[in-house]
Ligand binder design. Structure first.
Ligand code: NDP
Length: 352
């Protein structure tokens, strides 16, 4: 633990030292609207960063974006938020927001439309027409599950259709469920669901899976799991309240059939919300923002990334929460290193 902290400290010191000229505090002397810590995205990562930032008495402003509360608000009951046995996703996020606000975090229901990360202070342009000068930025814009875009998908989302097996498997006890996808996530979903559901069928759209061989091998241990190749779902049918049937297409013969189903899990990839930042920051081959592990520092000093936008693997709210905490600590450390001592700089009238 001590060694890791020491490494992080050395990392920041060397990085900031080499770029000290870029963060000359004279550059902020005449600015009228300066925010020490701007957080983009109001899901678990962003709100946790705001809580930690504000509690450390760093004036922290969070731009909630298009989906305040993040993906957790699109699910129903959550049973794996540590410390909370069972609660609606939006309620959990509302409490987290209130907790951040109690410590002074400023919540803005506004979207960031454009960023200028090629200058410092970094400039953020909001949908409402404001221009914010930010000394440090945390990107917590999340990701969204790739969808099939088929009839019934929107109507039955969270009523049998889900993209998170860890979150929703227990709701499908003794039920018949289908999983679409042939990657590692799909296999994890299937394994997770198999302990609850009576029958789990995995639909792979081609004749082979993309998942690692060792993952595919594991599936053989699950007696209630069936794998169908060259199949995908073309329609989700229900009784208005829940899913009852699926229309399945054989991608080879083009024949369609209807099957009885209680649930459909989509494991066909996540798309990170990074379009505003791609030209400034390094991203990996799937588009997730690269950070210098174990820190949350992106390829641009002063800009940090937390949660699903930088995490292609775990996709869990609790992981995003921890990542937001790390990003706030990293950003505070950065602000100290560049000499920001008056942490409650409140020159931005628009943001009081
Ligand atoms: P992937 O991108 O690896 O796989 C997506 C799967 O969905 C593919 O089988 C793809 O098919 C299929 N697919 C995509 N679009 C459609 C569609 N419209 N209709 C039907 N099927 C579709 O995503 P994952 O989330 O599985 O994995 C993301 C990353 O996370 C990977 O690097 C993976 O290795 C990693 N991961 C690792 C885990 C582990 O090691 N335990 C667990 C989970 C994820 P096709 O192959 O034909 O394109």
């Amino acid at each position: 633990m001590y060694n890791k902290c020491f490494l992080v400290f050395i990392y920041f010191s060397l990085n900031i030292f080499s770029l000290k000229g870029n963060f000359d505090l004279k550059k902020i002397e005449n600015k009228t609207c300066v925010v020490p810590l701007a957080i983009i995205g109001g899901g678990p990562a962003g709100l946790c960063a705001a809580l930690y930032g504000a509690r450390a008495k760093v004036h922290s402003v969070i731009f909630m974006g298009a989906m305040p509360g993040g993906q957790l608000t699109t699910t129903s009951y959550v049973e794996n938020w540590p410390g909370v046995k069972r609660k609606l996703g939006w309620e959990i996020m509302k409490e987290l927001q209130e907790q951040a606000e109690e410590f002074g975090a400023v919540i803005k229901y506004d979207n960031i439309e454009k960023v200028e990360f090629d200058k410092w202070p970094f400039i953020l342009h909001t949908s409402s027409g404001n221009e914010i000068n930010a000394l440090a930025v945390i990107i917590a814009t999340g990701a969204y599950p790739r969808k099939l875009s088929i009839p019934g998908e929107e109507e039955y989302w969270a009523k049998g259709v889900s993209s998170c097996a860890v979150c929703d498997s227990p709701f499908f006890k003794d039920k018949i469920v289908y999983v679409v996808g042939g990657g590692d996530s799909a296999i994890e979903y299937v394994m997770n669901l198999s302990s609850y559901s009576s029958q789990v069928t995995m639909l792979v759209r081609s004749e082979r899976m993309r998942a690692a061989a060792r993952m595919q091998e594991k599936l053989k241990e699950y007696p209630n799991v069936k794998i169908l190749y060259n199949k995908t779902v073309t329609q989700i049918i229900g009784d208005k309240n829940k899913v009852t049937e699926l229309e399945i297409l054989d991608t080879g013969t083009k024949k369609k059939e209807k099957v009885i189903a209680d649930g459909l899990f989509l494991a066909i990839g996540q798309i990170p919300n990074n379009s505003l930042f791609r030209s400034f920051l390094k991203v990996n081959s799937q588009g997730f923002i690269q950070v210098h592990h174990p820190t949350t520092q992106t390829s641009l000093p002063g800009v940090f990334a937390a949660g699903d936008v930088e995490d292609p693997d775990y996709k869990q709210a609790a992981v995003a929460l921890g990542s937001g905490c790390k990003a706030a600590l990293d950003a505070i450390s950065f602000l100290h290193h560049i000499g920001i001592t008056e942490m409650r700089l409140k020159r931005c009238n628009l943001l009081k």
